[in-house]
Each structure stands twice: as structure tokens, then as C-alpha cells.
Write a protein that binds this ligand. Structure first.
Ligand SMILES: Cc1cc2nc3c(=O)[nH]c(=O)nc-3n(C[C@H](O)[C@H](O)[C@H](O)COP(=O)(O)OP(=O)(O)OC[C@H]3O[C@@H](n4cnc5c(N)ncnc54)[C@H](O)[C@@H]3O)c2cc1C
Length: 334
């Protein structure tokens, strides 16, 4: 397995912060590399990190071992008149797979366009946007158990997908390397648009196709999110889910607070809470809150990972003090 010493982790993440180094760094380029990493490297390391595209990770310190997932595969496993089943290697770029699916006329992931990162990380937080999420199309996830090296295939049910959540963040956290994800897509050109913001943006398009949705989502995301040259990991916090009585009491106190029904509870807008606490556009040295989207923390230049963590803690304290709500990080801080 290819390996190098003392690799700066900042440039391997979309936050591009300073202050984090891997003492030993490996490239996982074959199933055999993945097996060796799981059975021979990780079990003897004091700490370790597996990176895909580095778009949901904030490294803040020196780590003994890190690896980059580079397993590639894009194959059609099964094809019927209306359905296609596709196996995607963990190191494939997610957005490129979406582009591929849309160009083939396969529906189901077109609203997940422009989500950075790899296929292998997609099940970890069950990526989602504009009314679609991975769990809607996922059939199974293949991987290798650490430290036994046993190959395992988990059905979508076994993955226990939730809102930005899965078994890989709980029972299998740190003990499973995802090597491939198999998804089922529908062969159809017309899109089903349920998400209000997307429906508004598509206003005027009589019967939107999956290409219309794909292009519209790309436009919306380019408008809202920082350009790639500004360091960030997208949404830094999850949108809080609160029970109905808590939501009702908040609505009474804050009549303009956005609230969305969510599986028998209510989802609040973390961006709105942060903005109300006066953080939108705030800057502390090279760390800040993006001025077009309060949920996105940014590295304007040479910020350390620890500086981002400090600003995140300040925001959490302010939201807790004002609204009594605990924000939870979506980004994985290492
Ligand atoms: C601008 C921007 C916008 C974003 N928008 C969205 C959005 O709309 N919706 C959304 O859900 N997310 C969004 N994200 C977050 C991010 O893109 C996703 O979480 C993505 O799935 C992360 O992929 P990655 O390959 O970069 O993972 P990484 O950041 O490299 O890793 C994330 C976690 O997964 C683990 N991991 C990675 N690969 C594997 C593997 N093969 N096996 C086991 N563990 C693994 C890592 O160890 C780490 O714990 C956004 C991020 C950015 C920067």
C-alpha cells in the first residue's frame, strides 16, 4: 500500500485549515489495500482517520495514521425496463455519479447534485438535500470490519439511516470501512419535486425533468454556498429536531421562527437561530460565519482547526442561552 510520512491534512479537506498532520498517511487504492489497512495498520495505531473528499471533517491535531479512500467502480448490476441497480466504489466522487445518472436518464439522486465528497462517506450521515436523501435509493453498503477484516454487506435497513445519521456514526463508528454502495434508480425523465424551495425555483417549468432539477439545484447551491476557494464544510451544525410541545412554546415566544414538521416532531432552522444571535457575517481573524448562509462556518485564509472549534463553541453557547436549544455539529471534528 502506498504510504508517506508527515502529511498535512488541511489541503485534503474542504475547510483547508492549518494545524493537523498525519504521521503516517496511506492511499487505499484496491480492496487488498483496504483489507491491509483494516487488519494490519488500524489495530496497532493509537488513533486514525479515514478521508474521502474531506468535505465533512475538521482535523484539529496531529493524528498517528490517516488514509485516503480511492476505490473506484461504477457498474450496472441489474437493469430492468423501469429500474437500474448501480454499484458505486467508495472512492467515486458523489457529484460525478449524480451527473452520470442524470445523463443516463436515471432518476432518484438528481437533487443531490453538487454535494462534495465521495460515495463511501455518503451513508455515514445519509447525505440529503432538496427533499432527497441517500436512504431513498440505497439498497446495501459493502465494507470491511476492523480489526477482523471480515467482509460484510449491510442492507439499507441494517444501516439504520436517519436524519444525517446512520449506524456508521454509532454501533459501527470507527470499526467499519465502506468499500462500495449499491443504489437503485428509476428510468424516467420526469422529476418528482416535493421540496418547496426547489418547486419555487422551478416555477415556470411545466413538467420538470430530472435534468431541470439537477441544473436548478446546481444554480441554487452555487448562489447559497461559498465558492470552492473559501474553506468550509457546508452546514456546520444539524438542524435541531424538537418535540411538538417545545416547538409550540418556541412559536409562541418567537412567532417568525421557521418550523417544519418532521416525523412526528418539528425541525428548526439552525441557520435562523444562529442569525438571530447576530453571528451571520461575523469574522474572528480568518474564521467566520458566511454572510449568505449562517449555517456555514468559513476559513477565509489561514485559520487553524482549533479556531473554527472556538467560534463553533461561541455560537452554541449563544443559541443555548437565547433559545434553550443545543446545536449539534454535523461536521466531524477530529
Ligand atoms: C460546500 C459543502 C456543501 C455540502 N452540502 C451538503 C448537503 O447538502 N447535504 C449533505 O448531506 N452534506 C453536505 N455536505 C457535507 C459533505 O459533503 C458530506 O457529508 C459528504 O458525504 C462527505 O463526503 P467526504 O468524502 O468528503 O467525507 P469526509 O469528509 O472525507 O469524511 C466524513 C466522515 O466519513 C468517514 N468516511 C469517509 N469515507 C469513508 C469510508 N469509505 N468508510 C468509512 N468511513 C468513511 C470519515 O472518516 C469521516 O468520519 C457539504 C459539504 C460542503 C463542503
Amino acid at each position: 500500500m502506498r504510504f508517506q510520512q508527515n502529511v498535512d491534512l488541511g489541503p485534503l479537506t474542504t475547510f483547508r485549515t492549518r494545524g493537523a498532520v498525519a504521521r503516517r498517511f496511506y492511499w487505499i487504492e484496491s480492496e487488498r489495500d483496504a483489507l491491509e489497512f483494516a487488519t494490519a495498520v488500524v489495530p496497532v495505531a493509537s488513533d486514525w482517520l479515514l478521508l474521502g473528499g474531506g468535505s465533512n471533517v475538521l482535523p484539529t491535531r496531529t493524528i498517528e495514521v490517516a488514509a485516503l479512500m480511492r476505490l473506484h467502480d461504477r457498474s450496472v448490476v441489474e437493469e430492468g425496463a423501469n429500474i437500474v441497480t448501480v454499484r458505486l466504489g467508495a472512492g467515486e466522487r458523489w457529484h460525478e455519479c449524480v451527473e452520470w445518472a442524470v445523463s443516463e436518464g436515471w432518476a432518484g439522486i438528481e437533487a443531490l447534485a453538487l454535494i462534495p465528497g465521495t460515495v463511501g462517506a455518503a451513508p455515514i450521515q445519509n447525505i440529503g438535500a432538496y427533499g432527497q436523501q441517500l436512504s431513498d435509493v440505497c439498497l446495501w453498503v459493502e465494507g470491511i470490519e476492523i480489526p477482523s477484516g471480515q467482509l460484510r454487506t449491510l442492507t439499507a435497513d441494517e444501516c439504520r439511516f436517519g436524519y444525517r445519521d446512520s449506524i456508521f456514526k454509532h454501533d459501527l463508528a470507527g470499526t467499519f470501512i465502506i468499500t462500495a454502495v449499491t443504489i437503485r434508480l428509476e428510468k424516467r425523465r420526469e422529476a418528482a419535486v416535493a421540496y418547496p424551495e426547489l418547486a419555487r425555483a422551478l416555477d415556470g417549468v411545466a413538467t420538470p425533468t430530472i435534468s431541470d432539477v439537477f441544473e436548478c439545484v446546481v444554480r441554487l447551491r452555487q448562489r447559497k454556498l461559498p465558492p470552492p476557494e473559501v474553506g468550509s464544510a457546508g452546514s456546520f451544525f444539524k438542524n435541531p429536531i424538537v418535540p411538538l410541545p417545545v416547538a409550540a412554546s418556541l412559536a409562541e415566544r418567537y412567532p417568525t421562527m421557521p418550523q417544519f414538521p418532521f416525523n412526528g416532531a418539528v425541525k428548526l432552522s439552525a441557520g435562523w437561530l444562529i442569525e438571530q444571535c447576530g453571528f451571520k457575517g461575523v469574522r474572528r481573524g480568518d474564521v467566520g460565519v458566511y454572510d449568505r448562509h449562517a449555517l456555514v462556518l468559513v476559513n477565509w485564509g489561514t485559520a487553524q482547526g482549533t479556531e473554527v472549534v472556538r467560534l463553533a463553541a461561541e455560537i452554541k453557547d449563544a443559541v443555548r442561552a437565547r433559545f434553550g436549544i443545543e446545536l449539534e455539529e454535523e461536521v466531524i471534528i477530529v
